[in-house]
Design a protein around this ligand. Structure first.
Ligand code: IPE
Ligand code: IPE
Ligand code: MG
Length: 253
């Protein structure tokens, strides 16, 4: 839902709270675990472990601040270029959290979803993810989406392929391929576009995250490394967002 400017106006995509607008959907590029570990002469795995703790804080902050959708970039389609050892550390960490923290998420009213290509991970993790999605499916406080083996380009390609199949089978005319239809064929079809994309670690790039969906997102790049990202930084990013004027191509009133 919501790739078109007219469906992404500020009234729909961010709520007026007590004074400042709270983004409905915050998407997070959690970067800097490696540098956090290196600066302490620790193995990269220690940075990822600390980063996973920051994820828990971030979920709590999002709920407290009234954010309804939180999408976390946990593993990109390009992160397979890392060593088997690092990929193994990350998948074990994710399994550990799903096993030990799922009940807490469930009690907080979190609905967990996965986008990307989770099928590329080993079977035990896939099964944990599937169970977690099923268990939390009817929760409504926060939709927490994990982007796992996710690539924005790959999502657009699979959407194009789905529409091409419909054209080939005669159920769709190519002239009926619109922004809405392509949007609906993406893995994010049941969530609003991100209002705010935050990247930690000082890098100022999207690294293939939510490319289509971020067309009109506000971008906030922060110098903090992901393991050091806490509620204060979350609130700071929300206050940057509240100070932005969104225009969606129009002329401000
Ligand atoms: C982000 O931290 C976590 C993942 C990409 C999985 P990095 O591991 O990329 O940290 P840096 O960029 O090397 O500091
Ligand atoms: C982006 O971080 C992906 C995630 C945070 C999961 P990277 O560290 O992989 O991005 P680049 O390589 O610096 O662009
Ligand atoms: Mg990085």
């Amino acid at each position: 839902m919501g790739s078109l400017p007219q469906t992404s106006t500020s009234s729909l995509s961010s709520r007026e709270g007590e004074g400042a607008a709270v983004p409905v959907h915050v998407a997070m590029i959690m970067d800097g675990n490696g540098r956090w570990a290196r600066s302490r002469n620790l193995p990269v795995a220690a940075g990822h472990r600390k980063g996973a703790e920051a994820v828990q804080d971030c979920v709590r902050s999002a709920i407290r601040q009234g954010v309804r959708y939180l999408t976390l970039y946990a593993f990109s389609s390009e992160n397979w270029r890392r060593s088997a050892e690092e990929v193994g550390d990350l998948t074990s960490l994710l399994r550990f959290y799903l096993r030990h923290k799922l009940n807490e998420l469930h009690e907080q009213g979190v609905r967990l979803r996965v986008i990307g290509e989770p099928e590329r991970f080993e079977g035990a993790l896939r099964e944990e993810l599937r169970r977690a999605e099923a268990k939390t499916a009817s929760n409504t406080t926060l939709t927490l989406t994990l982007a796992l083996s996710y690539g924005g380009r790959a999502d657009i390609v699979q959407a194009a392929r789905r529409l091409a199949d419909q054209v080939a089978s005669g159920t769709l005319a190519s002239s009926d391929i619109t922004e809405e239809r392509l949007d609906q064929a993406l893995q994010t079809s049941d969530m609003p576009d991100p209002d705010l994309v935050i990247r930690t670690s000082g890098e100022c790039r999207l690294s293939n995250f939510l490319l289509w969906q971020s067309a009109y997102a506000e971008l906030v790049f922060m110098d903090v490394l992901w393991p050091d990202f806490g509620e204060a930084e979350f609130v700071q990013a929300l206050s940057h967002f509240a100070g932005r004027q969104r225009r969606f191509g129009g002329r401000p009133a």
